[in-house]
Ligand binder design. Structure first.
Ligand SMILES: [Zn+2]
Length: 373
């Protein structure tokens, strides 16, 4: 039923359209036209305007041919760099770039699979429940597009993001929530040789505070990091300012809150002991996903993957995705492995067999949902 050459050609056409985050305009046009050619009504939201990018999120509601639960499939339109002038080539059943750019299978393999699934459904008049599609912008820039989307526009009660590493069959059911944490120290400048005793060294105050703080793996579910440190103005001036950028993640919201509080309190207290002043800013980036094998969204994917002859693999990941945002909006959501490899590098590639499996998974999930009816 799957038209392999159509799937491959559409995928190759899409990866060759540059769509680096914020500059998704051409990809938006292609995708909107593709969906409209299939007789669908496409909506674009205001995310492009709000994020000062070229395009907003696209979303589509596909009327059902029979009564069933509404499900959402989501993928992102943007890519990382270097993503200009991509030329996709096929070699040994693999699609890759020429080696000077990324490929963009992250996440256009997902979009290609979803579009092919729509064609298969239409051509074969396959029964299906109500479907919703969401194609986001700015995912690679901190899930920006998904964060702007108004989820009250959707009716879906289960969602599938097709954007996980790992082969088709992987179902990511756990991912952490994350805080970005910025630490600032204000000291007092003085000449380092003439009157250092009149200064308060912000770098040293920061160093003493940081040495008292946990860093790295905290427990099985929780990690934190100090990633960037900057400060001072000149070698011969007592540093009056220093700032540090860090983060904390956990599969558990209460553990995230706890570790964040510990980091914040320790930093402020220790800096104050040095006579300097500290400020700590915490920004919540995205919520956790913590699903169980018994949850319906997981069970449906598990059964769908078995139906097409693959072994389901339930996994946990250390990063966020659009699935985090969708789940956070109250729609149970998993992220599915689509077989993209070496993403975010010029060695990125995808097996043609995986593109086909991705399409089969979409079709099998749609089929599982109507079977449940
Ligand atoms: Zn991605």
């Amino acid at each position: 039923m799957i038209n392999e050459s159509r799937l491959i050609n559409n995928f190759m056409a899409m990866v060759q359209i540059p769509s680096i985050s914020g500059r998704e305009g051409k990809m938006r046009d292609y995708l909107r036209d593709s969906l409209q050619e299939r007789g669908l009504q496409v909506q674009e939201d205001e995310a492009g305007v709000k994020l000062q990018g070229e395009a907003g999120n696209l979303w589509v509601r596909i009327p059902a041919s029979m009564e069933a639960e509404t499900i959402l499939f989501a993928a992102h339109m943007d890519t990382v760099e270097p993503g200009e002038g991509i030329k996709a080539i096929i070699e040994d059943e693999i699609i890759k770039s020429q080696g000077n750019t990324i490929l963009g299978s992250d996440d256009k393999a997902a979009i290609a699979a979803i579009l092919e699934a729509l064609d298969v459904i239409r051509e074969n008049r396959l029964p299906h429940g109500p479907l919703e599609l969401l194609f986001t912008v700015g995912e690679e820039q901190g899930l920006q597009g998904a964060k702007q989307f108004d989820f009250t526009s959707l009716n879906a009660t289960m969602a599938y993001v097709l954007d996980a590493g790992g082969d088709p069959g992987v179902i990511v059911i756990q991912s952490p929530c994350q805080n970005e944490i910025e630490y600032k120290v204000y000291g007092k400048p003085a000449h380092a040789g003439i009157n250092p005793e009149k200064g308060i060294n912000a770098i040293q105050a920061a160093a003493r505070a940081l040495s008292k703080m946990p860093c790295g793996r905290i427990d099985k579910e929780t990690t934190c990091n100090l990633g960037i440190i900057q400060g001072g103005t000149a070698r011969n001036i007592v540093a009056d300012y220093c700032h540090i950028k860090g983060e904390a993640r956990s599969l558990s919201r209460s553990r995230l809150d706890q570790i964040t509080q510990t980091l914040k309190n320790t930093f402020i207290e220790e800096v104050q002991k040095q006579g300097a002043r500290a400020e700590v800013e915490v920004k919540f980036l995205y919520p956790e996903i913590r699903l169980n094998p018994e949850d319906r969204v997981v069970k449906t994917a598990t059964q769908a993957i078995k139906d097409i002859g693959l072994q389901p693999r339930l996994e946990s990941t250390g990063g966020g995705s659009d699935a985090s945002i969708i789940q956070g909006q109250g729609i149970p959501c998993v992220n599915l492995g689509i077989g993209m490899s070496n993403v975010h590098s010029c060695d990125e590639y995808i097996k043609i067999s995986h593109l086909i499996k991705d399409t089969e998974i979409v079709l099998a999930i749609i089929n599982e949902v109507i079977k449940a009816k």
